[in-house]
Structures are given as C-alpha cells and as structure tokens.
Write a protein that binds this ligand. Structure first.
Ligand code: ADP
Ligand code: 5GP
Length: 199
C-alpha cells in the first residue's frame, strides 16, 4: 500500500489557516488533521481533542521526555507539539495528514521527514492579518501585539517553504492547497513507485 503523505501548513496567527483547513477537509474527508498538544488556554468554541489536546506544562515536559513529539516549539509564552504516534499510524494506513504548526516546528519536520511538503499561508496584506486577528475577537490585546510581532518574523521564514498560498478568499486558498496536494501525488518518484507495484 502507498504510504500517506505529510503536509505542513504554517502562517501568521489570524491569516486564516484553521478556516482554510476546515474547507480543505470538507472537500477531502479522507484527509486527517494532526491534533497538537498545547499548554495554552482553550478559546471559546474550541473542542478538546479536535482543536487541540489542552495539557499542563508538566504533562508537556513528560511527553518530551518520553520522546512522543515529532516536533515542538514555544509560541508567545506557550508550548505546542505534534504527537508522533498517531501520525505514524495514519501514514502507514495510507492516510494523508495535515499539520497546522508554526515555522520552528515546520523546519524540525522538514529535517526529520524530508518527504513532507511545507506550505506557507500569506495574507493579501500585512494589515489584513491584524484586521482578521482583531476581528476574531478571542485574543487579548497584549497577545495580539505579541502575535503580530511574531508574524513579521514568520514572513521571513516563508522562503524555506515548498509553496506559498495567498488567502485572499477562503475558497481560493483551499483550491490552492488542493492543487498542491494533487501536484504532489503526481510527482515522478511517487508515480514510479506506483508503476513498479503495477508491473
Ligand atoms: P488562523 O488559524 O491562521 O489563526 P483563522 O482561521 O482563525 O486564522 O482566521 C482568523 C479570522 O479571519 C477568522 O475570524 C476568520 O473567519 C477570518 N478569515 C479567514 N480567512 C479569511 C478570508 N480569506 N477573508 C476574510 N476573513 C478571513
Ligand atoms: P493558536 O494558539 O492560534 O492555536 O496557534 C498559535 C501558533 O501555534 C500557530 O502558528 C499554529 O500553527 C502553531 N501550532 C499549533 N500547533 C502546533 C504544534 O503542534 N507545533 C508547533 N510547532 N506549532 C503549533
């Protein structure tokens, strides 16, 4: 069986990653989202085990010590990480997996899984990121400032990604992500493996 493929999506807070991910998953129900662990507080509307697994710093440290995380990073005062076990099981079952993680983690994944595809999401303008982040209305003022500062650094990391999508419109951004996924399936080394199996 062909192994599943790993896709990593990054982009500044408020750019619209979650919104676009929901739309891509709606169009491709077989795609799975990797649920991260985080030490940050749950936001209104978030669901334990769907948005994140919300854990304490101590639990996070224990996961790190047990080597259970594929990657991890600190982001604006909280820890975030990707549990490795579920991802390995899904990939082995031929299921494609999508990660929504920030650039430090994305680059760790690139090192450890060179076959992963890294996608960076940008907004039509930087001021639009701030407008969307404030418009979402669930982040405190001081946290917004910290996230925007981090966003400037994140934009400088975009050159390290395989693809850049622009979220001017959610349907359009989802279509760009779909196009990337389709193109990756057609890469010669993947198709050649498939042809070998057929022979
Ligand atoms: P992220 O996951 O990157 O932090 P969200 O998906 O939570 O961002 O989106 C932040 C806000 O921007 C939400 O209120 C969402 O509805 C809005 N949004 C997302 N994409 C667009 C878009 N293309 N145009 C306008 N608003 C958008
Ligand atoms: P938020 O707090 O808005 O949900 O996420 C903040 C940032 O953390 C976003 O850039 C998001 O992509 C990133 N993030 C979410 N989960 C993970 C993870 O498991 N690892 C890393 N490195 N970043 C993550």
């Amino acid at each position: 069986m062909t192994r599943g493929k790993l896709y990593v999506l990054s982009g500044p807070s408020g750019v619209g990653k979650s919104t676009a991910v929901h739309e891509v998953m709606r169009r491709h129900p077989s795609l799975r989202f990797s649920v991260s662990v985080t030490t940050r507080e749950m936001r209104p509307g978030e669901v334990e085990g769907e948005s994140y697994y919300f854990i304490t710093r101590r639990q996070f440290q224990e996961m790190l010590e047990r080597n259970e995380l594929l990657e991890h990073a600190e982001y604006v005062g909280n820890c975030y990480g990707t549990p490795e076990g579920p991802i390995n099981r899904m990939l082995e079952d031929g299921v494609d997996v999508l990660l929504d993680i920030e650039p430090c983690g994305a680059l760790q994944v690139q090192q450890r899984r060179p076959d992963a595809t890294l996608i960076f999401m940008a907004a039509p303008s930087f001021s639009e990121i701030e407008r969307r982040l404030r418009g979402r209305g669930d982040t405190a003022q001081d946290k917004i400032e910290a996230r925007l500062e981090r966003a400037r650094w994140e934009y400088q990391q975009a050159q390290k990604y395989d693809y850049i999508v622009v979220n001017d419109d959610v349907g359009h951004a989802a279509a760009e992500i779909e196009a990337i996924m389709l193109a990756e399936k057609c890469r010669a080394h993947i198709r050649l493996d498939y042809l070998k199996e057929e022979r």
